[in-house]
Design a binder for this molecule. Sequence first.
Ligand SMILES: N[C@@H](CCC(=O)N[C@@H](CS)C(=O)NCC(=O)O)C(=O)O
Length: 258
Amino acid sequence: MRLLTDPGFSIRVRSASGPEKAGAAATSMVTLFHHPFCPHSRFVRLALGELGALVRLVEERVWERREDFLLLNPAGTTPVLVEESGPPVPGAAAVAEYLDETRGLSLGAHRLLPEDPAARVEVRRLLSWFNDKFFAEVSEPLLMERIYRRYMPPDKGGGPPDTNALRAARNNIRYHLAYIGWLVGSRHWLAGDRLSYADLAAAAHLSVADYLGDVPWNENEAAKHWYARVKSRPSFRPLLADEIPGVPPAPSYADLDF
Ligand SMILES: N[C@@H](CCC(=O)N[C@@H](CS)C(=O)NCC(=O)O)C(=O)O
């Protein structure tokens, strides 16, 4: 696969309110081992973007089970965040907690994991909803069948997509979309009044399906409007520039006014 973000390529991801608000995150570079279409990695890129962090992206093809990568994360999964001063942080949930612990306060009232314990529970509940449930039911089968299998050698699971898995994912996404629409019917953002990790996780997973043209946006206007709000944030821009050779994005993927 052509590298979509060259290893070693650094990007400054600015927060909506400008880099000055990024606090400590603005001065220290982090390295993210990721795949451009791994939704958990996309979630971390969005969180880093909201924090205004300076990020070096290293693309990882997990099916190669590279030894140096397994040393960072024995599970062999992306994402993994590495900072000079600390241990590798594996997995979206651990990274979310780590970023909150090390940088959350710099966002003040815009902290992505709110201060109130009850509000934190709701954000964590929805974070798991998207990173675990939505992933298992929708984004993992789409990613595996439509993207990863294209590039995996046959002995590692490469080959044509399993159409039954795709059909199930395309059916499952419909009730998730309805749930998002229901949530934003009574709240401004998914977990409450403010943008949180819940919005970033939901949008990250949906963005993979959206690239592939597998989101039936016409079924839920409220969910569509919520997604348009998240998609318009500066933190989302780098994701909209990602492309997979041989799999062009759906026409509305990068369109902020879709
Ligand atoms: N619980 C982990 C799951 C990460 C995960 O499943 N990543 C996928 C790509 S999005 C992966 O690396 N799959 C390869 C494998 O499971 O071996 C997280 O939340 O980050």
